[in-house]
Design a binder for this molecule. Structure first.
Ligand SMILES: [Zn+2]
Ligand SMILES: [Zn+2]
Length: 136
């Protein structure tokens, strides 16, 4: 079981499944969400993922062309996870919300062409200039 929640504690989630993939996303939109850096994301299968508490949604079309729903806590403003209409079987969770963020072991950096020049991209980790192949 992997669990997490927002800063104020009003939103909680848990996943019975392990993450399918863990990626750092450097797309421009993620830089807004992550205060300037990449978002660190874990893809979970949506069928064993559950949430309690109210979330707001910021809908937008991503650089990948996917129609995204980015869900955040309306009280503390923390971004929790995103979902793509094209991939309803996946929930993309922001690693900062994990109860144990040390479980993260990155598989890839994605959208590296949008990363700022000062970004540190670990050369030992797989890198994609844009959208990578689907997580599942
Ligand atoms: Zn909150
Ligand atoms: Zn991104």
């Amino acid at each position: 079981m992997i669990e997490g929640g927002c800063l104020c504690g009003s939103v909680r989630y848990k996943s019975e499944a392990k993450p399918l993939v863990m990626r750092a996303c450097w797309c421009r939109l993620c830089q807004f969400i992550a205060a300037g850096s990449a978002t660190i994301n874990l893809a979970f299968p949506s069928d064993t993922f559950t949430t309690t508490g109210d979330l707001r949604d910021y809908p937008s079309t991503a650089d990948s062309g996917h129609k995204m729903h980015r869900r955040f806590c309306p009280t503390c403003g923390v971004h929790m996870y995103s979902e793509a209409e094209e991939r309803p079987h996946l929930i993309i969770v922001r690693a900062g919300t994990l109860d144990k963020p040390e479980i993260v072991d990155l598989d890839a950096h994605i959208w590296t062409k949008e990363a700022p020049a000062w970004a540190h991209l670990d050369p030992d980790i797989c890198q994609f200039e844009g959208q990578p192949p689907p997580a599942a």
